[in-house]
Design a protein around this ligand. Structure first.
Ligand code: ATP
Ligand code: MG
Length: 419
């Protein structure tokens, strides 16, 4: 057991006490910890409390086997969702908050993707099957910290290290390669741990075994992390990223994006690494099983990148209005942000501000206007498409006379075509 008593650790001790003191948690402890069983907080919540970071989910580890957890939670009137029962997890709902309670496990067999586990009673063995030292700390109901793997020291040094031999740990689960870069990017300072990096490179062929869904989830978290540019650069240099995204990565563009906008969302960050053309959007969406909305966002952004290809900055307002009109605000902003990385920052900022605030031009003609002038069937859509182009050429005029003439000439063209 380790008690935090180093310099600056008092705040941490307080955060830990507060975490353990959570009334919802105390109800769970009271319900489950009977007849010699013990439940402790584990993983991300303990790590984040020590770092003074926001605590998202609270995971619990318990010596009680799942049927007992269920029985005792039911007896105490706690709501539960038996979602992850296969691997020993029961989700308890207390005061509207979900807590995942997982029975202590020990791996008995792994194939690089899935582990065969048996339930155990040993917190130390449970710690050792976790991935990184900073993720394997336990906190008991009295706020006492248990560190079997040197996690407290690594948290203080902001060091992300595998528990045990990195190569062995990666062979057990190749997702740990991605998790290594993600946690390094989120929690690490200084250079990425070199033993972990070497093991990741050695194990890289195993990445091909991972399901696209797992890669997708982990990669989006990775690119969203604070030091993503460093992690992505290291992965790219080590040849780990190209095969995952099925294209040659551009880590420098991610770095510039993050420098310009630290709040850029994960999908845009991913796009910065690998999006140039609509074909790239299709490939990456396929490779990472992106949702339809994500795929569409990437292909629309790519069309804007292509439209801006070779156009010098600063861009005239008309060009920006055309982007808004043809592609919509989100795609215009995404595409321009990516296309403009590296352009003079003032020209780029002005263009982005314009795209954020200018009204999207709305075609002042509708199908109904054309039907009223005798159009029907496909001719309506064709005429609208032509009017859109003419309206762009007329610089989005709102002059009623000019608009009237545009409509008249559409009618005349259609009459000539039908003659
Ligand atoms: P986050 O804030 O990103 O959710 P977390 O630490 O809670 O961080 P999770 O992915 O939710 O991370 O996993 C919870 C805990 O389970 C980790 O802290 C770690 O101890 C363990 N863990 C998760 N995935 C693995 C894995 N692939 N190999 C070993 N241990 C893992
Ligand atoms: Mg978590």
């Amino acid at each position: 057991m380790t008690t935090p008593d180093g310099p600056g650790e008092r705040a941490n001790a307080q955060a830990l006490a507060l975490l353990a003191d959570n009334p919802g948690l105390q109800r769970i402890f009271a319900a489950i910890d009977i007849d010699g069983d013990e439940t402790r907080i584990v993983g991300g919540a303990v790590r984040n409390a020590l770092l003074g970071r926001k605590i998202e989910d609270i995971d619990l580890a318990t010596t009680a086997p799942p049927p007992l957890v269920i029985e005792r939670a039911r007896a105490a009137g706690l709501k539960m969702i038996p979602t992850g029962l296969d691997h020993g997890t029961v989700t308890l709902l207390v005061d509207g908050r979900a807590f995942e309670v997982t029975t202590l496990r020990e791996d008995i067999e792994t194939d690089g993707r899935r582990a065969k586990v048996c339930f155990g009673r040993d917190f130390c063995a449970d710690a050792r099957r976790r991935d990184f030292t900073i993720n394997a700390l336990f906190l008991d109901k009295c706020g006492r910290l248990f560190d079997f793997v040197g996690g407290v020291e690594d948290i203080a040094a902001r060091r992300v290290r595998f528990i045990g031999d990195p190569e062995t740990r990666i062979r057990e689960d190749y997702l740990r390669i991605l998790r290594f870069f993600r946690f390094s990017a989120d929690y690490g300072e200084g250079p990425i741990d070199c033993d972990g990096l070497l093991a990741a490179v050695r194990g890289r062929a195993g990445l091909a075994q991972l399901s696209r869904e797992r890669v997708r989830a982990e990669l989006l978290k990775l690119v969203g992390a604070r030091r993503a540019p460093d992690a992505v650069e290291a992965m790219s240099a080590a040849g780990l990223l190209g095969p995952l995204i099925a294209s040659a990565p551009n880590p420098a563009r991610l770095r510039r994006l993050v420098e310009q906008d630290a709040n850029a969302d994960p999908l845009l960050r991913l796009a910065a690494i690998c999006l140039e053309t609509p074909e790239d959007a299709e490939r990456i969406a396929e490779r990472l099983r992106l949702s339809k909305a994500e795929r569409d966002r990437l292909s629309r952004a790519a069309r804007v990148i292509v439209a801006l290809h070779g156009k010098p900055f600063p861009l005239p307002e008309h060009v920006l209005n055309v982007l808004l009109f043809r592609h919509g605000r989100e795609a215009a902003l995404d595409g321009l942000t990516l296309a403009a990385i590296g352009a003079s920052s003032s020209g780029q900022r002005a263009a982005i501000d314009f795209l954020k605030t200018a009204p999207e031009p709305r075609l002042p003609f509708s199908g109904a206007d054309l039907i009223a002038r005798g159009f029907s069937g496909r001719a309506v859509g064709d005429a609208l498409a032509t009017l859109r182009e003419r309206w762009i050429e007329a610089e989005f005029t709102d002059d009623r006379e000019k608009l009237g003439r545009m409509l008249d000439s559409a009618v005349a063209r259609s009459a000539a075509a039908n003659r």
